[in-house]
Design a protein around this ligand. Structure first.
Ligand code: HEC
Ligand SMILES: [Cu+2]
Length: 481
């Protein structure tokens, strides 16, 4: 690197050499357009929720980005398959990290097994179509174009091949970060999160391979709103993590295609938000708005342990359509900041089941019924965790004085038809379960007969209950009474 500088500077007058040979990055006014490039380097690309190493103090370079488009089947949520179109094999696509003044040589290749042509429009590009006009590429081919990163910020990229909305809806979006000279300030943890809305022929939760539904997309009637491409991409074992005392930076984008995100982390306050991914830094923010095709950088220090829930605060999207992620923080409690008995699982996905106070309504039967006891248990557990869990708890233990236990419940085990009736029609008034009185309301659960059969089979075959199998026919008999 030094050698190059000496050679190039040697060609100039001594006077100029004195001015320009020092550190070009920090030195006064070199316009970004004229910023000299030192060497070439291959960009590190990462799939979400990971981000590449920060640029730190490196100089502007010629940065080689090789990205491959892959059309591949994945899982939108348990049992629901979807064919995603991806930049680099993930939704959102690979994270690209550059610094201002880089000269990016971008090669977009379209895998030979793909069915469609694609291209890329990067919002970080100054040039026609953001690159889309130079990158249209058929399956089995590749295209190369170059651009200079003139403006620092966090930018969305996406496919812009007609029908544009369909390509984006299928997952063709991602983020490219352009760091300022010297890089962003150091933090302990950085993560990549991107929201997207999905439109399927079947309703939310309907199993099987679900094709894209153009009419629903045009109507902006999303079946799923998710972070990082699927309902469980950031929950349970996939949660992002940090330790008490660490600083966390989230690069949050919104691919849309349609919906604006009201991004919020339950139990945290953003110390800093780079509003819309630009230079303006707002402080002490509860919820930040991320437009479709936009982004924000949010930063906060985690002070106490626990599970912090990431949501789109348009709240039905979070609990019923999938826009819910988790940040798990481990470490010492700090009672000065927070104290109280902690019961985990207050904020959990609730899934598509429509809940009503006891009245009448219609539900659609699943077209792919459970075929065996094992499947009944599997689907039943899914329904339980999404629908019953919130009140009856993970092990069916209930909550004293509020929700009766389903574990080892004499009320449950005494009468199967009554139990079906409780789930199908709801229940109110005083009942006695295992010697304790309850006088509350259970809302009618709007589940298909199939789902009721599965969930009750799961309950009857868990936690010391009597082991009965409930069939769809038994449920229909009760429904038709
Ligand atoms: C919103 C909270 C809530 C949800 C969700 C809920 N229940 Fe209940 N459940 C109750 C309450 C409250 C009672 C007691 C009603 C009363 O006091 O009359 C009850 C009673 C019952 C009973 C009879 C009493 C017993 O303990 O055996 C059964 C069986 C039952 N629920 C099953 C389920 C199943 C299965 C689901 C999921 C499909 C479910 N419940 C979802 C609140 C809920
Ligand atoms: Cu495309």
């Amino acid at each position: 690197m030094k050698k190059r500088n000496i050679i190039s500077c040697g060609a100039l007058l001594i006077m100029i050499l004195f001015m320009s040979c020092k550190d070009n990055n920090q030195k006064k006014e070199v316009s970004t357009t004229d910023m000299p490039i030192s060497r070439e380097m291959k960009a590190e690309l990462t799939s979400p929720p990971n981000v590449p190493r920060s640029v730190g103090r490196r100089k502007a370079k010629k940065l080689i980005v090789n990205m491959e488009i892959l059309e591949e089947e994945g899982e939108l949520t348990d049992g629901v398959k979807y064919v995603y179109w991806t930049f680099g094999g993930s939704v959102p696509g690979s994270f690209i990290r550059t610094r201002v003044g880089d000269e990016v040589e971008f090669t977009l290749s379209n895998h030979p097994d793909n069915k469609l042509p694609h291209n890329i429009d990067l919002h970080a590009v100054t040039g026609p179509g953001g690159g889309a006009e130079s990158s249209f590429v058929a399956p089995g081919h590749e295209k190369t174009f170059s651009f200079k990163t003139l403006n620092p910020g966090l930018y969305v990229y996406h496919c812009a091949t007609a029908p544009v909305g369909m390509h984006i809806a299928n997952g063709m979006y991602g983020l490219i970060l352009v760091e300022p000279a010297g890089g962003l300030p150091q933090v302990d943890k950085e993560y990549y999160i991107m929201q997207g809305d999905f439109y399927t022929k079947g309703k939310n939760g309907e199993r099987g391979l679900q094709p894209f539904d153009m009419q629903k997309a045009v109507d902006e009637n999303a079946d799923y709103v998710v972070f990082n491409g699927s309902v469980n991409a950031l929950t349970g074992d996939n949660a992002i993590t940090a330790k008490v005392g660490e600083t966390v930076r989230l690069f949050v984008g919104n691919g849309g295609p349609n919906l604006v995100s009201s991004f919020h982390v339950i139990g945290e306050i953003f110390d800093k938000v780079h509003v819309e991914g630009g230079d303006t830094v707002n402080e002490n923010v509860q919820t930040t708005l991320i437009p479709a095709g936009g982004a924000a950088i949010v930063e906060f220090r985690v002070d106490v342990p626990g599970t912090f829930i990431l949501v789109d605060h348009s709240i039905f999207r979070a609990f019923n359509k999938g826009a819910l992620g988790m940040l798990k923080v481990e470490g010492e409690e700090d009672k000065r900041i927070y104290s109280g008995e902690i019961r985990e699982g207050i904020y959990l996905p609730e899934g598509p089941g429509i809940q009503n106070m006891p009245t009448t309504d219609e539900v659609v039967e699943s077209e792919i019924p459970a075929k065996s006891f094992d499947e009944q248990m599997k689907f039943g557990k899914q329904t339980y965790m999404q629908t019953c869990f919130a009140c009856h708890q993970a092990e069916g233990q209930g909550i004293p004085n509020a929700f009766p236990p389903l574990a080892n419940s004499d009320y449950l085990n005494a009468d199967v038809e009554r139990a079906i009736d409780v789930v199908v029609n709801g229940l109110s008034g005083e009942i006695t379960v295992n010697g304790e009185k309850y006088n509350s309301v259970m809302t009618k659960q709007l589940l298909s007969s199939e789902d009721v059969a599965n969930v009750l089979t799961y309950v009857y075959n868990s936690w010391g209950n009597s082991g009965k199998v409930v069939t769809k026919e038994m449920v229909e008999k009760v429904k038709n009474k």
